[in-house]
Ligand binder design. Structure first.
Ligand code: NAP
Length: 286
């Protein structure tokens, strides 16, 4: 037995879960990794659950000791860096611990996983996919921590691709448009907690606009056209095409949005977000 295996981080829910199932149903062997993965893929063929916290070096080490032990039967050929959290809130009030959690999960942890995976993937001449949001192109108010992480992940992807150019390992970005997954409810719940913990000054300045922002996102979430299966299909395409491209969008809308941002001035883009800034009167309340 010698089948290509793919490690997907953040496979316990949402996009990663759908991708794991798609790949396992179509000839790949999948290491589905997350912190709370136990029992998620009970008795599904060709998927092995791997408890992996990308923010914990020891956890990464143990996961790769395991992957190495399985490598003869299932050589690691692909890595999908998909795990992520989305921490909302005004930058002025962002706790350092939350910024660190955002960057540890979405950037530093992914680099550590990539470093551990590369010796295997280089040997198997395989593929790396980084999942990046449109907020790696256009930074959004009240999603400052997440935007910083997405820009950083984009830079990490560009550098990795250039460094690996002649290695036989491909590095691709998959950029999904908005897809309703648990990440949206988790971020609404975090936003609600932030509102409850606002000081009087913070409340005066940010409560109204931040609440509007959360309400808008909550309502919007249920209207998205894309599904997790659209994402899974793109991941499958990147892993099966002869020559993977550098960048894939999931959904035409996302592509159009990014193209629009590329021909807009910074001032024009600032205007898109005026609706979610505190008013002049609210700013004076701080
Ligand atoms: N949904 C969208 O609209 C959208 C759009 C653009 C980009 N994205 C990106 O797509 C990726 C997946 O998001 P999703 O929508 O599928 O969200 P999700 O359903 O919340 O899934 C996030 C996954 O990341 C895992 N995770 C979180 N912290 C982790 C850690 N420290 N170590 C290992 N795994 C961790 C979670 O599992 P555990 O909690 O069990 O560890 C979960 O499996 C994210 O990187 C997100 O930024 C999503």
């Amino acid at each position: 037995m010698n089948r290509k295996s793919i490690l997907i981080t953040g496979a316990s829910s949402g996009l990663g879960y759908a991708a794991a199932r798609k790949l396992a149903a179509n000839g790949f062997y999948v290491f589905a990794a997350a912190r709370n993965i136990h029992g998620v893929f009970n008795s599904i063929e060709n998927i092995e659950e791997l408890v992996l916290d990308v923010t914990d070096e020891q956890s990464i080490k143990e996961s790769f000791t395991y992957i190495e032990a399985r490598n003869e039967d299932y050589p690691l050929w692909g890595l999908v860096n998909n795990a992520g959290v989305c921490i909302p809130g005004p930058l002025e009030l962002l706790k350092l611990s939350e910024l660190r959690r955002q960057l540890d999960t979405n950037v530093i942890g992914q680099l550590l996983v990539t470093q551990s995976a590369l010796p295997f993937i280089r040997k198997s001449q395989g593929r790396i996919i980084n999942v990046i949001s449109g907020l790696g192109n256009v930074a959004m108010p009240y999603l400052g921590a997440y935007s910083i992480a997405q820009f950083a992940k984009k830079a990490f992807t560009d550098v990795l691709r250039r460094e690996l150019k002649r290695s036989g390992v491909s590095v691709s970005v998959v950029q999904p448009g908005k897809i309703y997954t648990p990440i949206w409810d988790k971020f609404s719940a975090m936003g609600q907690e932030i509102i409850e913990q606002l000081t009087d000054e913070g409340r005066g300045t940010y409560e109204r606009s931040f609440k509007d922002f959360l309400t808008f996102n909550q309502a919007e979430g249920r209207l998205f056209n894309l599904t997790v299966n659209d994402f899974a299909n793109v991941i499958y395409e990147v892993l099966t095409t002869d020559m993977p491209a550098i960048h894939y969008y999931v959904g035409e809308e996302e592509k159009a949005f990014i193209e629009k941002s590329q021909v807009s001035t910074v001032l024009e883009i600032d205007e898109w977000f005026t609706w979610c800034s505190p008013s002049e009167a609210e700013c004076k309340k701080f």
